[in-house]
Design a protein around this ligand. Structure first.
Ligand SMILES: [Zn+2]
Length: 320
């Protein structure tokens, strides 16, 4: 059973759907409505498909009217459900970064890599369900500048390396918003305070690139956005430059924590401990009143992924 919140319109024609991945409020999919057509941005996992279909029905979008399914990048919490969702949406085409397209058409290599990160195929299957291939004829590779027309509502693709090289963000001029995937960090709603949302980086393996991430954030800021639609999780509204600054400071903090960890067997644990310290200090500065245990528990999955990604980055730096 799910305790997910019901799909909700958070800005004109922008509907937030909880994909149910891991826990409520962790991973979103978005429905964007134009005149007579609509897009789904992010798919969650194969288990998320019923939540997305329910969101379409609840907000008056016929399955046949969905023209595009868009994934910001091919990490499985964003894209594992793409093939299964396409099977339910007869006219939809899948829009994906040129570097990610082949992994949607043949997920075998993607699954192999993810099994390494998540601890084996069984764990993977439990989290993501059956990752179905997307039919090649329904896949659109979307390089920088691609325009997607949703019945009078244009969406624009901006290449956004930094979290991954197969990552783009989706600009929605109608709401002055960006669907950021993992390019604007993660921000769980339970850490909102009077100071606003709390942002934390996501440095998942294997392509984290701090300077590229900074450049991608700055490119979005240049459009003077008023809203950011985060996959993890929900809409941030207002004071976007201030949020961006906090995020980029936290990215620098991650890099420092990685560099401070002694090489060898204990490195991963040392990095995770450094990130936990950074989280707890950051939340205290942010005026959050919960306990350390609550904070660390909410970010446990992220610490693990972030530390692994930072290790891959450190090793690449050492080789360069
Ligand atoms: Zn993610």
């Amino acid at each position: 059973m799910t305790t997910n919140a019901a799909p909700k319109e958070v800005a004109p024609g922008v509907i937030l759907v909880d994909t149910g991945y891991v826990r409520p409020g962790l991973a979103a999919a978005w429905i964007v409505k134009g005149k007579g057509s609509a897009a789904v941005i992010e798919t969650g996992t194969a288990h998320s498909v019923p939540h997305i279909l329910a969101g379409l029905a609840a907000h008056g979008v016929a399955r046949g009217d969905v023209s595009h399914v868009i994934v910001t990048h091919v990490h499985l919490d964003h894209a594992a459900g793409a093939g299964a969702l396409l099977a339910q949406l007869p006219h939809a085409r899948l829009v994906v970064h040129p570097r990610g397209a082949r992994h949607m058409i043949d997920p075998a290599k993607l699954l192999e890599g993810a099994a390494e990160v998540f601890g084996g195929m069984d764990a993977l299957r439990m989290l993501y369900g059956d990752v179905l291939p997307a039919p090649a004829g329904r896949v659109i590779e979307a390089p920088e500048g691609t325009m997607i027309e949703l019945g009078g509502r244009p969406l624009r693709i901006l290449d956004s390396p930094g979290h991954a090289r197969h990552h783009f963000v989706v600009h929605d001029p109608a709401t002055r918003g960006f669907f950021t995937g993992d390019t604007f960090g993660i921000s769980y709603r339970e850490f909102d305070t009077a100071a606003g949302p709390f942002l934390f980086p996501t440095t998942t393996p294997v392509q984290f690139d701090p300077p590229a991430l900074r450049a991608s954030v700055e490119r979005m800021l240049a459009e003077k956005p008023e809203r950011m639609y985060l996959t993890h999780y929900g809409m941030l509204e207002g004071e976007i430059p201030k949020r961006a600054e906090a995020l980029l400071e936290a990215v620098d903090g991650h890099v420092r924590a990685a560099r401070a960890a002694a090489p060898g067997k204990g490195r991963n644990a040392a990095i995770q401990a450094g990130l936990a310290e950074q989280l707890v200090e950051g939340l205290a500065r942010h005026g959050w009143k919960g306990t350390r245990d609550e904070a660390v528990a909410a970010f446990a999955v992220d610490f693990n992924l972030n530390a692994q990604g930072l290790e891959v980055w450190l090793d690449a730096q050492a080789r360069a």
